[in-house]
Design a protein around this ligand. Structure first.
Ligand SMILES: NC(=O)c1ccc[n+]([C@@H]2O[C@H](COP(=O)([O-])OP(=O)(O)OC[C@H]3O[C@@H](n4cnc5c(N)ncnc54)[C@H](OP(=O)(O)O)[C@@H]3O)[C@@H](O)[C@H]2O)c1
Length: 246
């Protein structure tokens, strides 16, 4: 995938991996627009306010962005929340609802809003964002893992449905990356710049791989195939001891 001469919208680009990726596209020469709820966090890139849980907000932002950038040819669905849940406490349900609303339905809603435009261009890219946790659960974030497994399955179906339209679909499968407090949950989280260096190297390959899986994510992505799933899941379950009252 060329990242040097594109017009890119990164939804969920106001912080973390999305903002870092936005700056990589911009540094390579692309025009970048980032969207999210709190655009005040960014002053060096064009921004658009968008709440992916609000259908009107998505359509309003879409119309404004496409009006200003009719050549927009890369859509990245990066918005996500990573919430811990204690499934023994029924109060977890609101976290489950928000997680599905943002991570899974938000992804689907944003893609729906831009598909007619992207197909109309005849040559475009959609980049979705799952997680290693979508392939090997982190039991302290149960709905998060479910939402990302959902993003993976949806991405596979989307790619199949868009075959022949000129719209390619790529899935980022990040491991733990040191953003949004991940380094506190997982001290081994990859520094953001190292993650982005590897992503940039993989995503610019020709042909673009269907999945962008950096070295640190390989053991999560392929645990089931490698026969390491049960032992890794057991090790990852240790974090449940950090829940209050356990
Ligand atoms: N960091 C990791 O370890 C890791 C690992 C695997 C996958 N991921 C995935 O990578 C993506 C980015 O995560 P990150 O670590 O960079 O976290 P982050 O810094 O918290 O970024 C999350 C982004 O999502 C946006 N967002 C949240 N709720 C939204 C909503 N309702 N509408 C629109 N945007 C919304 C946030 O923007 P606003 O708050 O401005 O709305 C922010 O830009 C997420 O999908 C995450 O699940 C992260």
């Amino acid at each position: 995938m060329d990242i040097s001469n594109r017009t890119v919208l990164i939804v969920g680009g106001t912080s973390g991996i999305g903002l870092g990726l936005a700056r990589r596209f911009a540094a390579a020469g692309s025009t970048v627009i980032i969207a999210g709820r709190d655009t005040s966090k960014v002053d060096d890139l064009e921004t658009a306010q968008m709440d992916v849980t609000d259908p009107d907000s998505v359509l309003r932002a879409r119309d404004r962005i496409l009006n200003a950038h009719p050549g927009l040819d890369v859509l990245v669905t990066m918005s996500g929340v990573m919430l811990m849940e204690d499934l023994r406490d029924p109060a977890h349900f609101s976290a489950a609802e928000s997680t599905i609303a943002v991570n899974l339905l938000g992804t689907i809603r944003v893609i729906d809003a831009f598909i007619p435009h992207l197909i109309g261009l005849g040559g475009a890219d959609i980049i979705t964002v799952s997680s290693g946790i979508g392939f090997l659960p982190f039991p302290i974030m149960p709905t998060y893992g479910a939402s990302k497994a959902g993003v993976h399955a949806y991405t596979e179906a989307l790619r199949a449905q868009l075959t022949g339209t000129g719209v390619a679909v790529t899935e980022l499968v990040p491991p733990a990356v040191a953003t949004a407090g991940q380094e506190k949950v997982n001290p081994a989280a990859l520094p953001l710049d190292r993650y982005l260096d590897e992503v940039t190297g993989l995503i610019t390959q020709t042909p673009t791989p269907n999945e962008i899986v950096v070295q640190a994510a390989l053991r999560l992505r392929w645990a089931e195939r490698d026969g390491t799933y049960a032992s890794l899941l057991g090790a990852r379950s240790q974090a449940l001891n950090t829940l209050p009252g356990r």
